[in-house]
Design a binder for this molecule. Sequence first.
Ligand code: NG6
Ligand code: CA
Length: 509
Amino acid sequence: MKKLLVRIFSLSFSAVILFSACSTIQSQEEKQKSNPNILLIYLDDLGYGDVSAYKSGKLQTPNMDRLANEGIRFTNGYASSATCTPSRYALLTGTYPWRNQDAKILPGTAPLIIDTAQMTLPKMLKNQGYHTAIIGKWHLGLGSGMVDWNEEIAPNPNHVGFEYSHILAATQDRVPTVYIENGRVVNLDPNDPIQVDYEKNFEGEPTGLDNPELLTMKWHHGHNNSIVNGIPRIGFMKGGQSAKWSDVDMADHFLEKGKAYIQEQAKSKNPFFLFFPMQQPHVPRTPHPRFEGKSGMGPRGDAILEADWVIGQLLETLEQEGILENTLIILSSDNGPVINDGYFDDAVEKLGDHTPAGPLRGGKYSLFEAGTKVPFISYWKGKIQPQVSDAMVTQIDFLSSLSALVGSSETGPDSENLLEAFLGKSEKGREAVILEATSRTALRAGDWAMIPPYQGPAVQNQVNIELGNSSDYQLYNLKEDPGQQNNLVASNPQKLEELKKIYLDLKGI
Ligand code: NG6
Ligand code: CA
């Protein structure tokens, strides 16, 4: 009898375990199915005033406006840095870029700067059943030292959480000027191997410096090494002729890959995460001839109109596949705007009264607001109520916030869970953030910005941008003075002390 009771008990106990195990599996599956797709559109050097929904520039960007006006337009959305690599590092890892010495503008030959053991946004989503992909600009390094571009390049984005990658290694102005899919150069002819060097040229290869007669775009500063498609680049490259990209077709190329990916994933029951980092309007600005002259502002404006069209096409694809309502779309930029970033491309001459930085001071490379305060939009048809939000949100917060969205408990070291703000359910964002620009840092806290003293020029003359360097502390009340014209250090010493303390605490000094 006792034996029988024990047996019944253990059987029912197993049944309970089995049942609860099943229900865990089921709820996991259900969760995966109900989690939305995530499309993260990330522009390169797009300024706060470049999107017409931000109501301060002269360009018309109807597709970005659609996202902004039917979603949340954040007025205090920040990239983590005023340049590309550090911002992307922070976005993917939820870690301040100044914690990683290597998170600086990288040459095309730099090794991968994300530790493959580190938690990343795509890894977290992959762990929750997402299919994950990156299509576009990478600029976080590849390989672990000397890369042989003719073999499999590893580690690559696939080793930090992306299941599919189709990328350009660094920037459009840096060699190698080829696409790389899942670690392999696309269309490479093994009889014409690629060699890349950032120190010295390969014998007999023309350069922008020595062969100006071969150029269709002239360099202004830097950008005078190897010539590809008539455009002088940063770095030297030899071989790989059949693999070289066509600059004017780049937008169409990535769009085609993006569309195909969305169409493929729409067939699956699992959600997807598509990171779509676009190259516009970074230099060299090479819009397709269909967009030439469309903005009246030269190639910079035309490239932004091209980017806007691409975004419209992505939206249309989601609509056609019937998955727009089930897709959270986030749009932002890696850093603020620059007009002349090293080529003579009419950007300065044809700018007219357009204001890429909107009302903000500075631009790319700057510790002033325009360096990092960028267009920042979240859109989810039917789920997010259209609104303008003044909450302070940053790209470093994507990891923890999206983790909360999909039911994961992962967080990033410096990433805050601002999901409610990203979904428009709360106006509460961050209290404070450390912003970075070319290895210098500053603080934004509440309505205030504090920039510590830095040596160095006040203006970077080649790009004509105020960098934020000053021998004194700078303190601005952004609510009253978004253009940072009135340094309040003398009149508000108490506030300065308060902010210095927050700054030092956050930096762990
Ligand atoms: C700078 C380049 C600039 C741009 C930038 C990176 C020169 C003189 N300037 O060094 O043109 O490529 O690096 O831009 O070479 S970013 O958006 O990827 O950070
Ligand atoms: Ca950039």
